[in-house]
Design a protein around this ligand. Structure first.
Ligand SMILES: NC(=O)C1=CN([C@@H]2O[C@H](COP(=O)(O)OP(=O)(O)OC[C@H]3O[C@@H](n4cnc5c(N)ncnc54)[C@H](OP(=O)(O)O)[C@@H]3O)[C@@H](O)[C@H]2O)C=CC1
Ligand SMILES: CC(=O)N[C@@H](CCC(=O)OP(=O)(O)O)C(=O)O
Length: 336
């Protein structure tokens, strides 16, 4: 059994992660972290987990966490995450980091988009990016895995095979994205209050969203072509779910069938990416680790659509998938 700790255990991704780990035959959850000092019982923090695991949340130092766990899932915000991860790694813990702290290669790019200096720049560029469909070999046996952002997961899975095969133009890609409100985490914020978000659809982060360099970095690395995507996210009044629609110029002479076949061939052995003929919606993948992708050609453009559950394939399911790859367990364990 792998002893597992979860930091940021009061949050939404931690709740979903616990749901998955409780089904994992190789995992024992041994510690749950919070900044709160009054040791709340998990059942009071996440009532859906009442009666299923008897643990209190504790304000633990990284050294205390490392004593109790072999592997830590860090469900903390960026910045806070890197501050504890270095110490966990020094204490021989493996870490799956949900935050953005180790996804980017370049500390200057991090500083530009996150507007803070990176607390642990020496590990940047040396960390496995946790998208097994693209980087499985680097994730196997890794001490630290950077779980991807939710929007990058859907966008990269939809675009990477087509770019690598030269079927779409790497320049001028536009990604329109929508996310349910859990994507923003559990901490209250004014724009997430019910009267603000209900019956509303809001763009945000136009030209400034921090997932832009993440998408460009991974697509550029993978396809060995420079991309400069225009990425526009929207918040929609749903609890969960995420849909991206990417627009790219089709390479002249390429048909819709060829695009579909390229995607099908690339993902033919992947358990969690389904290339579908219909137009996928978020309910098709809700509460699952699937990413459903389809493609259409409209005029000179490929329109590629990807749907995920932001909390599962966009966060906690991906983390469990990465955990399985790191430890050499069946990749679908606890997920299918
Ligand atoms: N929600 C989503 O769909 C996705 C989230 N992510 C990433 O996963 C991570 C967790 O997200 P999510 O669960 O949604 O976030 P939440 O806000 O729901 O939970 C994060 C938890 O971290 C703790 N925390 C908050 N601020 C700090 C801090 N400064 N120092 C230490 N602990 C802190 C809080 O717990 P407490 O107050 O008890 O200490 C909080 O409950 C984030 O990095 C997020 O960006 C990635 C992909 C998708
Ligand atoms: C709806 C919503 O607000 N979503 C979050 C993204 C969640 C995520 O993947 O964030 P990290 O890259 O920090 O892990 C956002 O746009 O900030």
């Amino acid at each position: 059994m792998i002893r597992v700790a979860i930091l940021g255990a009061t949050g939404y991704t931690a709740r979903e992660l616990l749901e998955l780990l409780l089904r994992h035959p190789e995992v024992e959850v041994t510690a749950l972290g919070t900044r709160q000092e009054d040791r709340p019982h998990l059942a009071n923090v996440h009532p859906a987990l009442r009666g299923r695991i008897d643990l209190c949340l504790e304000n633990l130092s990284p050294a205390e966490v490392a004593e109790r766990a072999d592997c830590v899932f860090g469900c903390l915000p960026h910045g806070a995450s890197a501050e504890v991860i270095a110490e966990l790694l020094d204490n021989d813990c493996r870490v799956i980091d949900f935050s953005a702290d180790y996804r980017l290669n370049d500390p200057d790019v991090y500083e530009k988009w996150y507007q803070v200096k990176h607390p642990d720049p020496k590990r940047m560029g040396k960390t496995a990016y946790g998208l097994p469909e693209l980087f499985r070999d680097q994730i196997r046996g890794a001490d630290l895995v950077a779980n991807p952002g939710c929007y990058p997961t859907a966008a990269i899975l939809a675009l990477a095979p087509l770019l690598r095969a030269g079927k779409v133009n790497p320049q001028g890609i536009v990604i329109d994205a929508k996310s349910g409100v859990t994507g923003a985490g559990r901490s209250p914020k004014a724009h997430l209050h019910f009267p603000e978000i209900n019956e509303n659809l809001m763009p945000y982060g136009v030209g400034t969203h921090r997932h832009t360099p993440e998408i460009d970095q991974i697509l550029s690395t993978w396809a060995e072509v420079e991309t400069n995507v225009v990425f526009t996210p929207h918040l929609i009044p749903m609890d969960r779910g995420e849909l991206i629609t990417a627009y790219a110029d089709v390479t002249p002479g390429t048909t819709e069938n060829q695009l579909r076949e390229t995607l099908q061939e690339f993902y033919k052995d992947e358990p969690f990416v389904r290339i579908v003929d219909h137009l996928p919606g978020t309910k098709d993948v809700a509460h699952t680790n699937f990413c459903d992708v389809t493609v259409r050609v409209v005029g000179s453009k490929a329109v590629i659509i990807g749907a995920i559950d932001n909390l599962i394939k966009g966060a906690s399911g991906a983390a469990v998938q990465n955990f399985n790859v790191v430890y050499g367990f069946k990749e679908t364990m606890a997920l299918l």
